[in-house]
Design a binder for this molecule. Structure first.
Ligand code: N01
Length: 533
């Protein structure tokens, strides 16, 4: 192996997080390189190019806030931007801030070991690169490691196979094809209506139905653009003042349990008409009170029944095994309507599971189905997968895989005891996936940049979380998680979608304001919970 390139900081990943981290470090004259496994920037928006992929937060709210010049010059074309446009936005950002010169593409980090004597991370890539870095910043995303299909015979299929999470760059044409989609999570909910319009026949294999709300997408509205232009800072502060960091949710303090039924119905109906996640914000108790949640469930069940014409299909599409909001709510464009098409069939695999993929298609416990194409929309090893996949070794040979054998252990979802100068942007046990990601990313990036410059100012080399601070944080995360209904679902939030993964609630549910306050207090108290070495 060649001798290592010495650099101040290695950033892993060139999505929203890595790009802003690089820009931020450059502004404080900290040397940095991004190592990116993909052939281009964009992270999740680089890989997930499946038909129908788009953001489920309104475009005006999504995106960076660090540059008012960027705000001024960028225009979104739709209420919810499609994947291609988000990628164009990030390309624009990379060009504007001249970021690509410090990004190495097609370069996957395979190992990173802490060298206690040198006080540096030794970072190794699949290209044979070799870096010695003071800090290692994991901008590796929360949903970036696809779940492996756990069906026997995947390689036997003689038709075409696609994964929503690794979609080809060239156009995929389903015209005249007999297509199967496995899965009914957000990726499937977005792609199914688009594929159905093109394919000869589409068969959806559903194990668990999902709650989904109409996006009511439309072309950008000049009046809304103008409103945002005039009020952007105020709107952003409003967003950060609510737990999800999403202004569109417009959360209310009122309790469903204390609201008369006819008013409850009106509130749900009015929010349904607004579209998107607003439906979750009408009441403060649907996420914690089972009987209130049941009322929300009944509202969804009635909606499905009113849209899907075949009562048996409507019943199959109605979630029954977990509360509303405990799996990530989907936002769709014509999802349930798609099941009224004559060329779409729904197959329930909850009781008769997929047994194997065969040469010609899919065999379930109740029969065999032939296809030209199989689309796997089966999800990700969320939040921890991107970190445990790397041979990450901290002090005294401590491996991340061992440390996290029973679930992730972090301090603030930003740092890990035993792993000095390692930072995880939107890591497990931070609000991350329960919030609007770009502002949460910016918050972490700013915190990390400040911590690194504070280390310099104090003439210190290392920042490391103490085990006591970590244990206290985990206890707090778990305590808050236990107050919600989240544990009642077999969701990726719980790690339940990956066989063998420890069952633990992965994100921090205490909300954006409380979390930001805690992170600020830690700094104000001289990096409370850390040892500066
Ligand atoms: O993945 P998922 P996703 N047999 O895990 C099924 C974000 N996102 O890629 O529920 C049969 O949600 C599985 O069934 P079950 C968003 O945060 C955002 O769709 O485990 N089925 C499920 O139906 C989202 O939550 C957007 O019973 C199997 C599906 O595959 C997250 O990414 C768009 C199976 C996986 O659903 C992940 O979404 C897309 C098996 N063996 C994604 N294994 C936006 O809108 C798995 N399944 C911005």
């Amino acid at each position: 192996m060649t001798s290592p390139t010495t650099i101040d900081t290695v950033i892993v990943g060139a999505g929203f997080a890595g790009l802003y981290m690089l820009h931020r470090l450059r502004n404080q004259n900290t040397g940095a390189v991004i190592l990116e496994a993909g052939g281009g920037i964009g992270g999740t928006w680089y890989w997930n190019r499946y038909p129908g992929a788009r953001v489920d937060i309104e475009s005006q709210e999504y995106g960076y806030s660090f540059s008012s010049a960027l705000d001024e010059e960028w225009r979104w074309s739709e209420r919810y931007a499609p994947q291609s446009e988000i990628l164009s936005y990030l390309e624009h950002v990379a060009k504007k801030f001249d970021l690509k010169r410090d990004i190495r593409f097609n370069t996957r980090v395979t190992a990173a070991h802490w060298n206690e004597q040198a006080k540096r991370w030794h970072v190794i890539t699949d290209k044979g690169d070799n870096f010695a870095a003071r800090a290692l910043i994991m901008a590796t995303g929360c949903l970036s490691i696809p779940k492996d299909p756990d069906f026997p015979g995947v390689g036997d299929f003689q038709g075409k196979s696609y994964f929503t999470s690794r979609w080809p760059h060239e156009e995929v044409n389903f015209t005249g094809q007999n297509v199967a989609v496995i899965g009914t999570g957000s990726s499937a909910v977005q792609s199914i209506p688009v594929i159905a319009k093109q394919a000869k026949h589409l068969t959806v294999f559903q194990r668990t139905p999902n709650y989904t709300v109409p996006a009511h997408n439309h072309a950008a509205d000049p009046a809304i653009e103008e409103l945002w232009k005039l009020n952007r800072p105020r709107f952003r502060s409003q967003a950060l003042a609510n737990n999800s960091g999403v202004r569109q949710i417009d959360p209310q303090d009122r309790l469903l349990s204390a609201t008369p039924p006819n008013e409850v119905e009106q509130i749900f109906e009015e929010r349904w008409k607004r579209g998107g996640f607003a439906v979750l914000g009408g009441f403060a108790d649907t996420g914690i009170d089972e009987s209130s949640n049941k009322v929300a469930h009944e509202f969804f069940a009635r909606k499905i029944k009113s849209i899907v014409k075949d009562p048996k299909v409507a019943d199959l599409l109605t979630p029954k095994t977990y509360p509303v909001g405990t799996k990530r709510l989907c936002v769709d464009i014509g999802y349930w309507e798609t099941y009224n098409r004559p060329n779409v069939t729904l197959i329930d695999v909850s009781k008769a599971p997929i047994e194997r993929i065969t040469k010609s298609g899919i065999r379930t416990a109740s029969g065999e189905h032939a296809f030209d194409v199989i689309v796997y929309a089966i999800g990700f090893d969320a939040m921890t997968g991107a970190l445990t996949k790397i041979d990450l070794v901290g002090k005294n040979g401590l491996k991340i895989k061992d440390k996290w054998a029973y679930g992730p252990k972090t301090y603030l979802g930003l740092t890990i005891a035993g792993f000095p100068n390692l930072f995880t942007i939107t890591g497990p046990q931070s609000p991350s996936v329960l919030t609007n990601m770009p502002p949460s990313i910016e918050h972490h990036v700013d915190w990390i940049a400040r911590a690194l410059s504070d280390l310099d100012a104090r003439k210190k080399q290392t920042l490391e979380a103490t085990e006591a601070a970590e244990e206290a944080w985990i206890a707090h995360v778990n305590e808050l998680g236990a107050m919600t209904l989240m544990a009642k679902a077999n969701s990726w939030y719980m790690g339940a979608n990956i066989p063998g993964k420890p069952r633990t609630f992965l994100p921090y549910v205490g909300g954006v304001p409380a979390y930001r306050q805690k992170c600020a207090e830690v700094v104000a108290n001289g990096y409370e919970g850390f040892v500066l070495g």
